[in-house]
Ligand binder design. Structure first.
Ligand code: AMP
Length: 471
C-alpha cells in the first residue's frame, strides 16, 4: 500500500513527502481508509507506530472541504478536537499535525496546562480547525469562552488508558457533552481495562477495531537483565555503576514516583553526570527544556516517571534502566519499547529488591518469558569502592573512578526506515483486544455499542495524579 492509494489532497501529499514518509506504517494502512470513510475507530497502538499520522492525515483530508484563506476567525471554527493526557503528548501531536497541515489553509492550535494561558487565548481567538488539548486546560478555555466546540466533527481521544489513570474521566465526559452528537470518534489506548471498555461504549458508535503489533510483545533485539540488589538504598549506586560499566551515554531511568525521580536525578548530578528529571510536578517549561536537552545530548540521563515519559518520541535510545520495576506489567512493555528499535540492539536493565519480586512475577506472566536474574552487590556509601558480581558471594572489586561517560559512550546508528513499521501484523496472544471489548476475534471488526452520554451533573475537577502512583 502506498500513500498515493489514499488520494489525499496535493498539499497533504506534499507534506507527507517532505516528512520523508515513503510507505504507510501498518496502523496507517489500516486506520486511514476507515477514518476517511468517517467511521469510528477503537485503536490499540502505541506511540512510535505512526499512529498520529494514522488519525491526523485522514482527518485533515476530511476537513479540506472547509479549508479557506479567510482571515476571519469565524471562518475557522474548531472542527477536529484531539485530546491527550499529558502536555508532552499534546505538544508532540501538535508539532506533527502542524507539519502535516502546513501546505493547507487549515489552522492548528494546542492548549495545555502548566503554562501561561494568555498566549493560548490569542491563538484560539484567531480560530483553528484542529485543536489539540489536555482536558483540564481545555475546560479552562471553555469556561473563559475562548473556544466553542459546537462545530466539532471529529473527536480523537489519544492514550485513553492513561487519561483514565490520571483521573480525567469526569473532564472527558464534560467535554463530550459539549460536542455535537453527530460526529466521528476515534479512541486509542494501549490497554483495555473494563473502564476503557465502558468509556468506549459511552461514545463510540460501531467502531472499527484496529490493532497493530502484539500488545505485549517485547523486542528480541533488546538485552533484558534483572539485577537483584539488597535494598532500595543500593539502587542509586547500582544506577551509577551500570551507567559506567555499560558505557551508557543516553539512557532513560524510570522511577515509580516523582519524588524518587527528583532525588535520583539530583544524586546523579552530584556525581558529575548530566542528569535531569522529568515528571508532573515540574513546570511545563522545565519539562520541555529537559526533554530538548536530552534529545540534543546535553542531558545524558533522563530520570522519568511513566506518565511523564509516556508518548515521548525519542529515537536512537540505546538503553533504559528500571530503577523501580513498574507496578503495572504493561508499563514494563512500554518502557522497554523505547529501546532496541530499527534493528539496533538495545539494553534494558532492571533493579529489583526482594519486595519487588511480585512485580517481576507479573511482568513474566504478561510477557510469557522468564527473566535471568543477576546479583549486584554494591555498598550504599558513595565514596567507598563499588563491588559487582554475578553472585553475591563472589563479589569482585571494581576500582572507583570519576566516570567518563561521554568518552566511553556507545553511539548506535540512527534510523530512517524503522523495520518495526513494516513488521507484519501479529495478533495479540494475550487477552485479545476484541475479546476485551466483548466482541469477536478478528483484529478488525465491527462492534455495536449503544451511544449514551452520561448524567449532566457537573463533576469535580480531577487532580491529575501525574506520578506513577495512583492506579
Ligand atoms: P507516532 O507513533 O505517531 O508518535 O510516530 C512515531 C514517529 O514515526 C514520528 O517521528 C513520525 O514522524 C514517524 N512516522 C510516522 N509515520 C511514518 C511513516 N509512514 N514513515 C516513516 N516515519 C513515520
Amino acid at each position: 500500500m502506498q500513500f498515493s492509494d489514499f488520494a489525499f489532497a496535493e498539499p497533504i501529499n506534499r507534506a507527507i513527502a517532505e516528512m520523508g514518509y515513503s510507505l504507510p506504517t501498518p496502523i496507517q494502512a489500516q486506520a486511514i481508509p476507515v477514518v476517511l470513510q468517517g467511521e469510528d475507530v477503537m485503536g490499540a497502538a502505541q506511540t512510535g507506530t505512526g499512529k498520529t499520522a494514522g488519525f491526523a492525515l485522514p482527518i485533515l483530508q476530511r476537513l479540506m472541504v472547509h479549508a479557506n484563506a479567510s482571515v476571519s476567525p469565524a471562518r475557522h471554527p474548531v472542527r477536529a478536537l484531539m485530546l491527550a493526557p499529558t502536555r508532552e503528548l499534546a505538544d508532540q501531536i501538535y508539532v506533527n499535525v502542524r507539519d502535516y497541515a502546513k501546505y493547507t489553509p487549515l489552522r492548528v492550535a494546542v492548549v495545555f496546562g502548566g503554562v501561561d494561558i494568555k498566549p493560548q487565548l490569542a491563538s484560539l481567538r484567531q480560530g483553528c480547525e484542529i485543536l489539540i488539548a489536555t482536558p483540564g486546560r481545555l475546560l479552562d478555555h471553555i469556561e473563559q469562552k475562548s473556544v466553542t466546540l459546537t462545530q466539532v466533527q471529529a473527536l480523537v481521544l489519544d492514550e485513553a488508558d492513561r487519561m483514565l489513570d490520571m483521573g480525567f474521566l469526569p473532564d472527558i465526559h464534560r467535554i463530550i457533552r459539549l460536542l455535537p452528537l453527530e460526529r466521528q470518534n476515534l479512541m486509542f489506548s494501549a490497554t483495555f481495562s473494563p473502564e476503557i471498555r465502558k468509556l468506549a461504549e459511552t461514545f463510540l458508535r460501531n467502531p472499527k477495531l484496529i490493532e497493530v503489533a502484539r500488545r505485549n510483545a517485547l523486542a528480541d533485539n533488546v538485552e533484558q537483565t534483572v539485577y537483584r540488589v539488597s535494598s532500595d538504598d543500593q539502587k542509586r549506586s547500582a544506577v551509577s555503576y551500570l551507567l559506567k560499566e555499560r558505557g551508557l551515554s543516553q539512557v532513560i531511568v524510570f522511577t515509580n514516583t516523582k519524588i524518587g525521580a527528583s532525588r535520583l536525578a539530583r544524586d546523579l548530578a552530584r556525581e558529575g553526570l548530566s542528569a535531569d528529571a522529568i515528571h508532573g510536578d515540574k513546570s511545563q517549561q522545565d519539562r520541555l527544556t529537559t526533554l530538548e536537552g536530552f534529545k540534543q545530548g546535553r542531558v545524558s540521563v533522563l530520570v522519568a516517571t511513566d506518565v511523564a515519559a509516556r508518548g515521548l518520541d525519542i529515537a536512537e535510545l540505546p538503553a533504559v534502566i528500571n530503577f523501580d520495576l513498574p507496578y503495572s506489567p504493561e508499563d514494563y512493555v512500554h518502557r522497554i519499547g523505547r529501546t532496541g528499535r530499527a534493528g539496533a540492539s538495545g539494553v534494558a536493565l532492571s533493579l529489583m529488591t526482594q519486595s519487588d519480586e511480585r512485580y517481576l512475577t507479573e511482568i513474566e506472566k504478561l510477557t510469557k518469558r522468564k527473566f535471568e536474574i543477576k546479583e549486584l552487590a554494591l555498598p550504599t556509601i558513595h565514596d567507598t569502592p563499588v563491588y559487582a558480581s554475578n553472585t553475591a558471594s563472589q563479589a569482585i572489586r571494581v576500582p572507583r573512578q570519576r566516570p567518563q561517560y561521554e568518552a566511553s559512550a556507545r553511539k548506535l546508528p540512527g534510523y530512517s526506515t524503522d523495520p518495526f513499521f513494516f513488521r507484519p501484523y501479529e495478533p495479540s496472544d494475550i487477552a485479545p483486544l476484541t475479546s476485551a471489548l466483548g466482541g469477536a476475534t478478528e483484529a478488525v471488526h465491527e462492534h455495536i455499542v449503544k451511544p449514551s452520554i452520561s448524567a449532566l451533573r457537573k463533576p469535580a475537577r480531577p487532580l491529575a495524579a501525574l506520578l506513577g502512583g495512583k492506579r
